[in-house]
Structure formats: structure tokens, C-alpha cells
Design a protein around this ligand. Structure first.
Ligand code: ATP
Length: 198
């Protein structure tokens, strides 16, 4: 099975592209969703987080206190590495499992951190959805009702545009309309179907 990674910075249009591909019957495996699944109550990762980082990161209903944990690891690199050593192998296992179960001509792994996290090793090729930074900021602000400063802070923590593009096998320009993206999506789909059957 051909495994295709799709990534891009915040607000670049990963979801817009993968939503379109899924209308063509392509299975989309979502790394953000998998990251949530592995820390659900009852999952071993959640118990380990509580044991290693503190019971205070569990809410009264047994769910992970994401906001508190985010603050902790933002301020403390060692704690961040501890958290990642607990969650990353399990996210990887979950993604591997979902990709192996996929029943389509090829499978997509959609991940904002494909190139940063080593998840690119799990795919055969990487597709980057690309827009100029100004468009990224404008679309993210409109979608999330966020302040510009917050969007810029998130972008600063992600790979810069040039590095991301340099690591892509295929770049999809999403600076135009949604219709234009769908046309590029259709071209991409044809290319990937051809590679999958080669
Ligand atoms: P994130 O990493 O933040 O989840 P994303 O890469 O999945 O973002 P989308 O949510 O697909 O990005 O797109 C960001 C916003 O821009 C959404 O509101 C989406 O509807 C809009 N959008 C995406 N592509 C276009 C386009 N070509 N024209 C206009 N709006 C667009």
C-alpha cells in the first residue's frame, strides 16, 4: 500500500485538501486525532503521564488536563521530553495500525508535524500544502478568531516555509481559491493512483 504524508503549516489547507481526497474514497489517517486517542481514559499512556508528571494533570472526570499539561511542557523541556517519550511511540503504533487497516488505493497520513516528528519515516512520500505566510495568518485568524500575535507565535514554533518545501516530494500551492485547490487535488490524486499501481 502506498503511504502518502500530507503536511503544511497552520492554516495552510491540509484539511481542505484531505477533505477533498476523502470524497474520492481515499482513507485519511489523522495524526492529531491519534494523539488524542492514545491519552483517553483507560489508555496506558494516560496512567503513565499521571505517574511520571503528576496526578494533577488529570481532571476530576479522569480526562487529561490538556491546558495544564501544555503550560507545563511549554515551560520545561525535560518534562516535554518525558511526555513525548510516553506518547510518541503510542501515537506511532496507533498510526501504523490505522494505516495498515486502510482499504483504499493509497492511504494518507495527515500530520501538522510530519516533517518535525519523524513521522515522515512512516510514509513513502511527503506532500506539503503551501501558502505565503500572510495568507496562512489571514485564514487562520478568520477560522479561529485568533489574534495575529498568537498565530505568529504558533508559526514560529513550526518549520519555516523554505525548509518545509525543501523536504517535500510534492508541493501543492493553495494560495488560490478552494476550487483551484480541488483541481490541484484531482491532479495529485491521479498522480498518486498511478504511483500506487506502478
Ligand atoms: P491546521 O493545521 O491549523 O489544522 P489546516 O492546514 O488543516 O490547518 P484548513 O483548516 O484546511 O488548514 O484551512 C484553514 C482555513 O482556511 C479554513 O477555514 C479553510 O476553510 C480555509 N481555506 C483553506 N483553503 C482555502 C482556499 N483555497 N481559499 C479560501 N479559504 C481556504
Amino acid at each position: 500500500m502506498l503511504r502518502v504524508g500530507i503536511t503544511g503549516g497552520i492554516g495552510s489547507g491540509k484539511t481542505a485538501l484531505t477533505d477533498w481526497l476523502s470524497t474520492q474514497g481515499v482513507v485519511i489517517v489523522d495524526a492529531d486525532l491519534a494523539a488524542r486517542v492514545v491519552v483517553e481514559p483507560g489508555q496506558p499512556a494516560l496512567a503513565e503521564i499521571a505517574a511520571q508528571l503528576g496526578q494533577e494533570y488529570l481532571l476530576p472526570d479522569g480526562q487529561l488536563d490538556r491546558a495544564a499539561l501544555r503550560k507545563l511542557v511549554f515551560a520545561d523541556d525535560t518534562k516535554r521530553r518525558t511526555l513525548e517519550s510516553i506518547t510518541h511511540p503510542r501515537i506511532r503504533d496507533e498510526l501504523t495500525r490505522q494505516m495498515a487497516a486502510a482499504q483504499s488505493a493509497y492511504v494518507v497520513l495527515s500530520s501538522p508535524l510530519l516533517l518535525e516528528s519523524g513521522q515522515s519515516e512512516m510514509v513513502d512520500l511527503s506532500v506539503v500544502v503551501d501558502v505565503p505566510e500572510a495568507v496562512q495568518i489571514e485564514r487562520t485568524m478568520a477560522r479561529d478568531q485568533n489574534e495575529r500575535a498568537l498565530v505568529e507565535q504558533i508559526m514560529a514554533a513550526q518549520l519555516d516555509r523554505a525548509t518545509r518545501i525543501s523536504r517535500a516530494d510534492i508541493v501543492i500551492d493553495n494560495s488560490g481559491s478552494l476550487e483551484a485547490l480541488h483541481i490541484r487535488g484531482a491532479q495529485l490524486h491521479r498522480t498518486l493512483l498511478a504511483r500506487a499501481s506502478a
